[in-house]
Design a protein around this ligand. Structure first.
Ligand code: HEC
Length: 189
């Protein structure tokens, strides 16, 4: 689990933090070397980030679920602390509702905010990042049939993932739910 968490930290550009948190090497150092490949001037390689479009208009999509991670006893606290909401576009919603395979083009968003805990209420504070997964078995064959990207602060000019291995790290953790098409969130009536 620690390996996944450190991957996610790297993904979100928190390299320094992760190197401290993972003192002694491990995944942190691998991430540094994959970054080095990207800054190389060489032709596109298997490391080249796969383009994934920003999910314009996702706030009007179907809300699937929300979750608050508020304490460091949760294994994903370092990567995902805050409140997140999950949204599915029409194609993904249909697949979730009918418990079927996700068709090409289906998109799901994970939108994470910091928490403001005040006067007995927890509310959303600033947006930490907006992440997306887009289904395309051909285009994204090397990353589990989904394209992965995250935008820091939800800013469409700031994609966080710079290499394919970072995108693969998303897929690797999601493989835990291989039988569900790599999607954790399920529909609840
Ligand atoms: C450490 C494991 C882990 C990593 C790494 C990870 N995720 Fe997830 N992701 C999860 C879990 C667990 C959920 C379900 C959250 C919930 O139940 O609310 C999730 C949910 C999502 C969802 C909503 C659909 C779903 O599967 O429920 C999207 C979209 C998503 N992640 C994108 C990404 C992207 C993009 C990356 C890489 C930047 C990434 N994830 C990396 C564990 C991970």
């Amino acid at each position: 689990m620690m390996r996944y968490i450190s991957c996610m930290c790297a993904v979100l550009g928190l390299f320094i933090f992760c190197h401290i948190a993972n003192a002694g090497g491990g995944a942190g150092s691998n991430w540094t070397s994959s970054q080095a490949n990207v800054s190389d001037d060489s032709a596109p390689s298997s490391e080249t980030v796969l383009p994934v479009p920003y999910p314009s208009g996702f706030r009007t999509w179907q809300h699937v679920k929300s979750m608050v991670i508020h304490h460091k006893k949760h294994p994903l606290y370092d990567a995902f602390a805050g409140i997140h909401h999950i949204y599915a576009d029409k194609k993904a919603t249909k697949a979730l509702l009918e418990n079927k395979r996700f068709p090409r083009g289906a998109q799901i968003v994970f939108d994470l905010f910091s928490i403001r805990d005040k006067d007995g209420a927890m509310t959303e504070s600033s947006r930490k990042f907006t992440a997306v997964m887009v289904k395309d078995d051909k285009k994204y064959a090397s990353t589990g049939g989904w394209g992965w990207q995250a935008w820091v602060g939800g800013d469409r000019r700031s994609p966080a993932l710079k290499s394919r291995s970072e995108q693969q790290a998303c897929a690797t953790c999601h493989e835990e739910v291989q039988s569900k098409g790599l999607v954790f969130s399920q529909w609840r009536d």
